[in-house]
Ligand binder design. Structure first.
Ligand code: AMP
Ligand code: MG
Length: 342
């Protein structure tokens, strides 16, 4: 594999970057691209050899299926077989949230290779809102399969430099579109015809919240059963930094060991949360130092986890956030990343 090149897609560079990325994808190569959630590792979704390169570069097990990204709603018919009874609710959801961070599971079309869906009869589809990603999809003229551009089990990258650290030397090209403006992976849902209203199951919490989905049906957040085999995308340990991440039910549960170096990820640097004065922290980082609150915390979550991970600490303690709105998705990622508690 040649060295990994990073090209800018800012402003005047965008058209050239889009053309180069689309040409590589059309030739069966894989390219890291920005989306509004996290950076994705893209391949032509209809080319199984290209898709196989995605699994290889990420060291992703083949039982963990990829999300397929369409550039326009009409492309949906190419990748999914729309059940007649779900057509109107899918249309409404797409109207409300696409382009955007909502992934919908639907029966797959025969054109989608089994490798993409890990042999499942369903395909996960979304339309990204990132202008660079959308332009690449339009230029390619085919749907794009793209999981997050990290090695399997590690934190999703939210910047081109984080992708370079994850996949440098394994892929030919990274398209730098700046920092991702949502910062956590898309909400994944499945839909059934309920008794009176559609039943929407949230399989992965994300930027589109339960509260927002409730306008379209009855919403159930699927909890992973501790004793059940891991469902795709619901792996218990995922997104983990190398430094142990500790999350406690209450601050007093933290019992520091002498001579160990601890960092704190604080939600807002609020003393009342009870963590700041608990210990002589080596380093304190706030998820929401500005006024963005949960939205800002989501954007900064993986960035802060990566930064803390590079400090050679013995452990990172993280304050839980309240589980409302986007807080559900943030806590889901923190639980998956932590070795304890939650
Ligand atoms: P990533 O893009 O790396 O966040 O991973 C995509 C995730 O989408 C997987 O881990 C799965 O959870 C989920 N996914 C994709 N396709 C399906 C499917 N057909 N059924 C259930 N989950 C899926
Ligand atoms: Mg991922």
């Amino acid at each position: 594999m040649p060295d990994t090149r990073t090209i800018s897609a800012y402003e005047d560079d965008m058209n050239d970057a889009v053309r180069e990325a689309a040409a590589l994808l059309a030739s069966g190569e894989i390219v890291a691209v920005p989306t509004e959630t996290v950076y994705g590792l893209a391949a032509d979704a209809f080319n199984p050899e290209a898709v196989a390169k995605v699994f290889a570069a990420k060291e992703r097990p083949d039982f963990d299926p990829l999300i397929v990204h369409i550039a326009a709603y009409r492309e949906l018919a190419e990748v999914a077989e729309m059940p007649e009874e779900l057509e109107s609710v899918v249309k409404s959801l797409a109207g409300a949230f696409w382009p955007g961070p909502l992934t919908i599971l639907l029966p797959k079309s025969a054109k989608v290779p089994d490798l993409v869906t890990s042999g499942l009869p369903t395909v996960a589809v979304r339309q990204s809102a990132n202008v660079i990603f959308r332009a690449i999809g339009r230029a390619l003229g085919r749907p794009i399969a793209a999981p997050s551009a990290n090695r399997f089990g590690r934190i999703s990258p939210t910047s081109a430099s984080a992708v370079e650290k994850e996949l440098g030397g394994r892929i030919p090209l990274i398209v730098d579109g700046g920092a991702c403006n949502q910062g956590i992976e898309s909400t994944i849902i499945s839909i059934e015809l309920g008794e009176t209203r559609p039943l929407i199951r949230v399989l992965r919490a994300g930027p589109v919240t339960k509260e927002e989905l409730q306008k379209f049906g009855k919403v159930v957040i699927e909890k992973r059963k501790a004793d059940a085999p891991d469902a795709p995308g619901q792996l218990a340990h995922h997104y983990a930094p190398e430094t142990p991440l500790l999350m406690f039910d209450k601050p007093s549960d933290f019992k520091p060991e002498p001579d160990k170096r601890y960092g704190l990820i604080s939600y807002r640097g609020d003393e009342k949360a009870g963590y700041l004065h608990l210990h002589e922290w080596e380093l304190v980082e706030e998820l929401s130092p500005g006024s963005g609150k949960l939205q800002e915390a989501a954007i900064r979550l993986f960035y802060v986890m990566r930064m803390m991970d590079e400090e050679g600490l013995d452990a990172i303690v993280v304050e839980p956030v309240s589980e409302v709105g986007l807080g559900v998705a943030i806590m889901d990622r923190l639980r998956k990343a932590s070795v304890k508690g939650g």
